[in-house]
Ligand binder design. Structure first.
Ligand SMILES: [Cu+2]
Length: 217
């Protein structure tokens, strides 16, 4: 009796586990982003929010923004709300990083070779990082309410792995774009990557914005 009960339970558990296992990572979306002249656009933050946002996994992976060669690296970081970010300094000089952005105001003195404690970003929004000592240092953190996001690569493509097929709202943001982030609704299929495309208009770039950290300290 006991044995029969146990094998039935085991069978039920493995049957229940099967659809979950096959669904995990089964869907994806590949987003191609161009600027208004048709050139592929890198460093665009693309997020996918499932319809009925309930039960989204919480952030587990802390992010890191380096200071190296009098630059923040990377220029653009995307994190889920609640994530920690650390700011290791690999330069021989001191940096004093700050943000005046409403989504996260902070101020952190950093010394070469010393690891400072990470900051927690608990509000969605755009955080612009600067350095009090080096005016040309600049970086952006996009804090988003979904764990499903990616940045476009040099070919302007962002690939987002999704837990399941379904309807998602895609949002695309570039730090130098004109107007509000572009939103579109996409029906993601269960197999392979569903393709989507986005066109963003940019403001004319100032030399300092185009190459942050460039030039003399
Ligand atoms: Cu600095």
């Amino acid at each position: 009796m006991n044995t029969i009960f146990r094998s039935i339970t085991l069978a039920a558990v493995s049957l229940a586990a099967l659809p979950l296992a096959s669904a995990a990572g089964a869907a994806a979306i590949a987003v191609q982003v161009h600027d208004s002249s048709g050139k592929p656009l890198a460093d665009v933050v693309v997020t996918a929010a499932p319809d009925g946002n309930a039960g989204l996994p919480q952030p587990v992976k802390p992010a890191e923004i380096e200071q190296r060669g009098l630059k923040f690296l990377p220029l653009v970081t995307v994190i889920q709300t609640g994530s920690q970010v650390s700011f290791p300094n690999f330069d021989k000089v001191k940096h004093h990083i700050y943000s005046f952005s409403p989504a996260k105001k902070f101020d952190q003195k950093l010394y070469s070779g010393v690891a400072a404690s990470p900051q927690v970003f608990d509000k969605a929004g755009i955080v612009v990082l600067g350095c009090n000592i080096h005016d040309r240092m600049l970086a952006y953190i996009k804090v988003v309410d979904t764990p499903f996001f990616a940045k476009t690569d040099a070919a302007g493509v962002a690939r987002i792995e999704l837990p399941a097929a379904g309807k998602y709202t895609l949002t695309s943001w570039h730090f130098n774009m004109l107007g509000a982030p572009a939103e579109q609704s996409v029906a993601v299929k269960g197999e392979g990557a569903t393709a989507a495309s986005v066109k963003l208009a940019l403001k004319p770039m100032a030399p300092d914005v185009a190459a942050p950290g460039a030039g003399a300290p």
